[in-house]
Design a binder for this molecule. Structure first.
Ligand code: GLN
Length: 202
C-alpha cells in the first residue's frame, strides 16, 4: 500500500522533506490545518526554529491533535527543530512542546565554530553511512529506557527512536539520499498494515 506522509508546514524546511518522501515512492503533502492529519499515515515535523514552530502549533491547535495522532499509533519523525518539538525535556528549563519522546535535548548544541557542518554518519537500521547536514543543531543529552539510540556523533546522540517516534538532530532532507525517509516510510507502512488488520477484527 502507498502511505501518505504529511509534513507540518507552519515554518521551516517543508518542500525538501516532501521531495525526499516522494523519492521513496510514498505520497507527501504539506499540513497546515489539523483536519489534514486525519488522512495521514505518518507526520514529519521539519527543521526550522523550534520556539516559532511550537508557538504556531499552540495557536492552530496542533499540540493536542498531534498528541492524539501519536496515541492512535501513527508514526512521527522530528528533524532538527522537529526533534526539539518532540522532546519531553529541553535543557535550560524551556517549556516542552509536544513532550512525547522520553529524552532531554540541548538546543544549538554544537557551538558557534561548528554551527553548520556535514558528515557521514552510521545510523542503526541503515545499510550504509548517511550524509548528514547539521545546521545550528540540537543534540540528545539523555534518553529514557524506552528510547533506542540510532546514531552517535563525537560521543553525542544525534538520532533516536521510541516505538513509532523517530528523531534526528540533522537535516536528512537536504541531500539526495532518502534512506532515513525510507526508514520512516517503512514505519508508517507497518503501522498502517497493523491498523487495517485490527479494523478487520482479525
Ligand atoms: N536552532 C534551531 C532551534 O533551536 C534548530 C535548527 C534547525 O532546525 N536547523 O530551534
Amino acid at each position: 500500500m502507498t502511505v501518505k506522509i504529511g509534513v507540518l508546514a507552519l515554518q521551516g524546511a517543508v518542500a525538501e522533506h516532501i521531495r525526499s518522501v516522494q523519492r521513496t515512492g510514498a505520497e507527501a503533502s504539506p499540513v497546515k490545518r489539523v483536519e489534514q492529519l486525519e488522512e495521514l499515515h505518518g507526520l514529519i515535523i521539519p527543521g526550522g526554529e523550534s520556539t516559532t514552530i511550537g508557538k504556531l502549533m499552540r495557536k492552530y491547535g496542533f499540540i493536542e491533535a498531534i498528541r492524539q495522532f501519536a496515541a492512535d499509533g501513527k508514526p512521527i519523525f522530528g528533524t532538527c527543530a522537529g526533534l526539539i518539538v518532540l522532546a519531553q525535556r529541553i535543557d535550560g528549563g524551556e517549556e516542552p512542546h509536544l513532550g512525547l519522546m522520553d529524552m532531554t535535548v540541548v538546543r544549538n548544541a554544537f557551538g558557534r565554530q561548528r554551527e553548520s557542518f556535514e558528515t557521514d554518519l552510521e545510523v542503526a537500521g541503515l545499510d550504509r553511512p548517511l550524509r548528514a547536514v547539521f545546521i545550528r543543531a540540537p543534540l540528545i543529552k539523555e534518553v529514557g529506557p524506552g528510547v533506542e539510540v540510532l546514531s552517535v556523533y563525537n560521543g553525542e546522540i544525534v538520532a533516536a527512536r521510541q516505538n513509532r517516534l523517530l528523531a534526528c538532530s540533522f537535516h536528512p532532507e537536504l541531500t539526495d539520499d532518502s534512506a532515513l525517509h525510507a526508514y520512516f516510510v517503512a514505519m508508517a507502512e507497518e503501522a498502517a498494515a497493523e491498523k487495517s488488520v485490527n479494523q478487520r477484527g482479525v
